[in-house]
Design a protein around this ligand. Structure first.
Ligand code: OFO
Length: 174
């Protein structure tokens, strides 16, 4: 079973992860609209990963006898003025998600819910990678420049990203 407060925080996190997926699909759509297909690919994969993050919590709640409750997903921002704006929004979003993950760990510890604390450590680690990727993309854009051949080369690199599904069980040995 799950503590009621922990269950509520986990259900809210499912919503945030699906919102992340929706947000990154919106960013993908922007890149498609300006013919940066490599960036579009990178964000498409990011959106797929976010769905995996949501499903991992979804499965966990059920596995430990809680009740999954899906919450509304708001519309994401749909317009961007530049590549830089998208990349900076991404970093800001991931930092917000990190805080949300830390908040769940705090609530789990407050209620002596060691299993959820243990489960959430996967997300603590994942967020280090998420923030690192977002920061790295901003640095690469500074090097490449926001137009011309530099951006063309960076777009090609972003196009090489390949989707690797995230295991969505309780403890997949990662
Ligand atoms: Fe789910 O890691 Fe990004 O938001």
């Amino acid at each position: 079973m799950l503590n009621e407060k922990v269950e509520q925080k986990l259900n809210e996190q499912i919503q945030k992860e699906f919102f992340s997926s929706y947000l990154y699909l919106s960013m993908e759509a922007y890149f498609k609209s300006v013919d940066l297909d490599g960036f579009a690919n990178w964000y498409h994969i990011q959106a797929q990963e976010e769905r995996d993050h949501a499903m991992k919590i979804y499965n966990y709640i059920d596995y430990v006898g809680g009740r999954i409750r899906l919450l509304p997903i708001q519309a994401p921002k749909g317009e961007y003025k530049s590549v830089r704006e998208v990349l900076e929004d991404t970093l800001a979003h991931e930092r917000m998600v990190t805080q949300s993950i830390y908040d769940i760990v705090d609530v789990a510890r407050e209620h002596k819910d060691h299993k959820t604390d243990y489960f959430m450590q996967w997300y603590v680690k994942e967020q280090v990678e998420e923030e690192n990727n977002s920061e790295s993309n901003i640095k690469k854009l500074k090097i490449s420049g926001e137009e011309g051949s530099g951006l063309f080369i960076l777009d090609a690199e972003m196009g090489k990203r390949v989707y690797v599904p995230t295991p969505t069980g309780f403890d997949d040995g990662e």
